[in-house]
Ligand binder design. Structure first.
Ligand SMILES: *[C@@H]1O[C@H](CO)[C@@H](O)[C@H](O)[C@H]1NC(C)=O
Ligand SMILES: *[C@@H]1O[C@H](CO)[C@@H](O)[C@H](O)[C@H]1NC(C)=O
Ligand SMILES: *[C@@H]1O[C@H](CO)[C@@H](O)[C@H](O)[C@H]1NC(C)=O
Ligand SMILES: *[C@@H]1O[C@H](CO)[C@@H](O)[C@H](O)[C@H]1NC(C)=O
Ligand SMILES: *[C@@H]1O[C@H](CO)[C@@H](O)[C@H](O)[C@H]1NC(C)=O
Ligand SMILES: *[C@@H]1O[C@H](CO)[C@@H](O)[C@H](O)[C@H]1NC(C)=O
Ligand SMILES: [Zn+2]
Length: 341
């Protein structure tokens, strides 16, 4: 990926610099990693649908969904950026589709919906294009542990400081910690980060022997089960790394030290996984093969009902009803930004 091509897109990316979810850096890096694993037919399919044959065709739309949710008519998609797991970290972490994905939808139902729509001959070109842009974005978001957690509105209500500046826990996982690691949030920074993570994924790299396990359970005909697996995987880090000693242990604290040191390996691995899984997912949609060399391993998993068939009735406990009320009152966007770019 040439630096010269990169700079041409910088201005486009900067227009949407104030984003929610993995910030620009994370989403763009995920898309760049995914691009390098796409099969030739998938490149053709995605370039045609995106109407973009540039060298950064996936990266160019990686944060579109964060702008669209703020546009008139796009607000409905705000809730699709997360699933609020009503679990109890740090004692227990888990995501339950029937319990956690409410009537208005969530990231898991959205990945399923847009996976169907991007392939449907009954959906207009413009809507299939949007479906693809949402998939590119949501496969990124679902790897951010605080996008698969209800606690304090995904950490938005947990105030912390980072390098002396006021922030919240959600915000530092989305942007502040990745940006401290890489040193910026521009396309060039994402190109640097993606190159380094691609080395880690390739033969001899630190993720080489685990990357095939990242595709465990992937099944393009069961997008709910596949994306629930990704959600469970990310949600486990809420207990182990995000709030290992509970919310109170991080509330009001400066997190640039040991906390950051423990979080960074998880952030790096989640970004790498998201890019790898996004490529496999798009390859499966277009070609029926993951295209990344990983074996297709089916999981022994709970029998998630196909989303079209409706969901099992779950009686929410009082605290869960209250937690969901707090989320809805807060809204679907991320909290006050720790900083603006
Ligand atoms: C590339 O995509 C276009 C549009 O989807 C399609 O018509 C064409 O057959 C594809 N070409 C190849 C080589 O797959
Ligand atoms: C594709 O992009 C070109 C150049 O930007 C534009 O002229 C054309 O209308 C676009 N086509 C579609 C289908 O959006
Ligand atoms: C699927 O996506 C379409 C287009 O964005 C939307 O109108 C519809 O409500 C979605 N359906 C579900 C079940 O999320
Ligand atoms: C295609 O869309 C039309 C109008 O939205 C709908 O009535 C029809 O059932 C759809 N067909 C299929 C095969 O989904
Ligand atoms: C967190 O910070 C915001 C302003 O950044 C403030 O409005 C809010 O009251 C704070 N919450 C707590 C629990 O201190
Ligand atoms: C990957 O290799 C390392 C040693 O290089 C080993 O400790 C680890 O268990 C291996 N992981 C898998 C999933 O095989
Ligand atoms: Zn998002």
């Amino acid at each position: 990926m040439a630096r010269t091509t990169a700079s041409a897109f910088l201005s486009i990316l900067l227009l949407s610099a104030e984003t929610a979810a993995w910030g620009n850096l994370g989403h763009t890096t995920v898309a760049l990693i995914a691009q390098s694993f796409l099969s030739p037919q998938t490149v053709n399919f995605t370039q045609s649908l995106l109407n973009d044959t540039s060298s950064t065709f996936l990266a160019n739309v990686a944060t579109w969904a964060d702008s669209y949710r703020k546009e008139p008519g796009g607000e409905f998609s705000g809730v699709y950026h997360y699933i609020d797991a009503l679990d109890s970290p740090p004692a227990s972490c888990d995501v339950d589709y029937d319990r956690d994905c409410p009537e208005e939808g969530c990231i898991v139902s959205a990945i399923a919906n847009y996976t169907t729509r991007v392939q449907s001959s009954n959906v207009s070109f413009a809507e299939r294009q949007k479906a693809l842009k949402w998939i590119i974005h949501f496969v990124g978001d679902i790897h951010q542990p605080l996008h698969v957690e209800n606690l304090a509105v995904g950490g938005n209500l947990i105030n912390v400081t980072f390098e002396g500046a006021s922030a919240n826990l959600h915000r530092i996982w989305d942007s502040d910690m990745p940006e401290k690691l890489i040193g910026g949030y521009a396309l060039e920074d994402a190109l640097d980060w993606s190159s380094s993570l691609l080395e880690d994924i390739k033969a001899g790299g630190k993720y080489a022997n685990q990357s095939s396990t990242w595709l465990t359970g992937i099944d393009v005909n069961d997008a709910i089960a596949s994306s629930m697996h990704w959600a469970q995987d990310a949600n486990a880090y809420v207990c182990s790394t995000v709030v290992p000693e509970g919310q109170e242990a991080v509330e009001g604290k400066e997190l640039e030290g040991e906390y950051y040191d423990a979080a960074i390996p998880v952030i790096q691995q989640q970004i790498a996984k998201a890019g790898y899984r996004l490529a496999a997912w798009l390859n499966l949609i277009v070609t029926g093969q993951t295209g990344v060399g990983g074996e297709y391993v089916s999981l022994t998993r709970p029998a998630w009902k196909r989303w079209e068939d409706g969901k099992r009735e779950v009686q929410l406990e009082d605290w869960m009803v209250e937690a969901r009320r707090v989320r809805r009152a807060f809204g679907s966007d991320c909290g006050p930004a720790g900083h603006h770019h």
